[in-house]
Design a protein around this ligand. Structure first.
Ligand SMILES: Cc1cc2nc3c(=O)[nH]c(=O)nc-3n(C[C@H](O)[C@H](O)[C@H](O)COP(=O)(O)OP(=O)(O)OC[C@H]3O[C@@H](n4cnc5c(N)ncnc54)[C@H](O)[C@@H]3O)c2cc1C
Length: 290
């Protein structure tokens, strides 16, 4: 019996070399490998593709904040680095990073891998939507920015072309605060049954801007604009928050699967939304901008 055709392993020295490799032959990007190894083993990713290992590329690592408050996260930044960063206060993206797998997964796994895997249950995805993040995609012909909400097209599918690399996650400056919560049956090493990210901006005790995004509630992570709009103009008192949280159900189209039923997901979502709003509000009052 002949061996299956397996692509070669390649480790570029810099970003330009990585982009050239992606341009020349069908290749899979390897960051932490916590998803890719599984996807290659089960045949979702073609094993004949070369592997281009970007983990060591310094251009893709690190978290920084510009003078104007813009936050930039390198795509190959590990989830552990992100979860423990002191560059920004805790927020929906860092909350998501802190929840992925166990510490072994977070030490290897990257934010770029979490985003490009495009699981509807990916824990950093609602946070990047709620933050209005832009995703920078690079190829040998240049770079383009894609808003996070336009990046995901279905489970495991995105607008990224095969020769493009996600290089940076760019989060605009904000006076608000945010939080992400998920529901799982176990505290760790479990994927979200549903997840909710909330971003709030408050002035003189009143909500002046809000964004809500849901995970594992549709085929892609989705914004929940009706819930967000219902928060704006309120003092975020209990009745306003409860009413807004209920409106996430206008966006959610969850499915029945091994992790939960549609009905259970619809029961949990408003509860989670209410709690996430509460944490974001607490952070906003404590002066945690992001
Ligand atoms: C035990 C275990 C527990 C897990 N628990 C969770 C969990 O709780 N929550 C959760 O969200 N996920 C979980 N995951 C999934 C996984 O760990 C995360 O999605 C992780 O962020 C993937 O990052 P990575 O760097 O390992 O990606 P990789 O496996 O290297 O790549 C994932 C995919 O993205 C592509 N890719 C990676 N980086 C780039 C880039 N910069 N540009 C273009 N394409 C790229 C790869 O080609 C591949 O298709 C778990 C995985 C394991 C093994």
């Amino acid at each position: 019996m002949s061996e299956p055709d397996v692509g070669s392993y390649r480790r570029p020295d810099n970003l330009a070399e990585a982009l050239t490799m992606l341009d020349r032959r069908p290749a899979s990007v390897l960051a932490g490998g916590t998803d890719l190894v599984v996807l290659r083993a089960d045949g979702t990713v073609d094993r004949a593709h070369d592997i281009v290992d970007i983990k060591g590329l310094s251009e893709l690592r690190g978290i920084s904040r510009d003078a104007d408050g813009t936050l930039t996260i390198g795509a190959a930044t590990t989830l552990r680095e992100l979860a423990r960063t002191t560059v920004v206060p805790p927020n929906a993206i860092t909350d998501g990073a802190a929840l992925v797998g166990g510490w072994q997964t977070r030490v290897r796994g990257t934010i770029g891998g979490n985003i490009c895997r495009a699981s509807p249950a990916g824990d950093t995805l609602p946070g990047i939507l709620a933050a209005h993040a832009q995703l920078e995609l690079a190829s040998t012909t240049g770079t383009r920015l894609v808003p996070a909400h336009a990046f995901f097209t279905g489970p495991g599918r995105t607008v990224r072309e095969p020769n493009e690399l996600l290089t940076r996650v760019i989060v605009p400056a904000s006076r608000g605060a945010s939080a992400y919560l998920r529901f799982t049956y176990r505290r760790a090493m479990d994927l979200a049954v549903v997840g909710v990210a909330v971003h709030l901006e408050i002035e003189n005790g009143r909500c002046v801007a809000a964004r809500v995004a849901l995970g594992a509630a549709a085929a892609t992570p989705v914004p929940a604009p009706e819930a967000a709009d219902a928060l704006v103009g309120t003092e975020l008192d209990e009745p306003s928050v409860a009413a807004a949280a209920q409106l996430v159900l206008n966006t959610a189209t969850p499915i029945d699967d091994g992790r939960g039923s549609r009905a259970h997901r619809r029961t949990v979502l408003p509860v989670l939304a209410k709690r996430a709003i509460g944490i974001a509000l607490e952070r906003a009052r404590e002066g945690h901008p992001r």
